[in-house]
Ligand binder design. Sequence first.
Ligand code: ADP
Length: 178
Amino acid sequence: MVTAVYPGSFDPITNGHLDIVTRACALFDKLIVGIYDRPDKQMLFSVEERVALARESMADFHNVHVKSYSGLTVDFIHKEGGRAMIRGLRMNSDFEAEFEIAAMNKKLAPDIELVCLMASSEYQCLSSKLIKEVASLGGSLKGLVPEHVAVALNNRLARVKLEASTQRASRRNKISQQ
Ligand code: ADP
């Protein structure tokens, strides 16, 4: 039984990620989607929320499991008994970043093979970052993320906007009282 791990931040999961999951789980007996809890960038959703959104998106896949992890990705892959690490490649920029990480991972864990799948043409330009930008400007997310992810995104962004405007109002209040 060969297990592969597909790691990432998935903030939130998109149809581009799901395309990679669909293709990878046809190649391996078991696929674990590993959601990194504290990436080096600001997250919109907590790790628990990212896991829940991903799990709901993959409810129909019988050999896919979603788990969160912290620490080194190769340690997580070892812990899960994984032999391969899956990554999706979109453009040149992905390639350079993956190449660097792959060289380091090979030193840390020579037994883990990196398997890169090329993004399908319709998802080449799709990223979680872009999805958040489109959603915050009120654009349609149809065909880009599952329906429940679009709902979660719109709710979260509305909350973020409300919090920001409440903070601005309270700052203005403080200044006017000085
Ligand atoms: P991002 O790079 O968008 O912040 P992640 O860290 O969650 O997203 O990415 C996890 C993996 O999925 C990475 O290998 C990334 O290159 C890949 N990936 C992200 N979006 C797509 C897409 N649209 N098509 C194919 N692979 C993708």
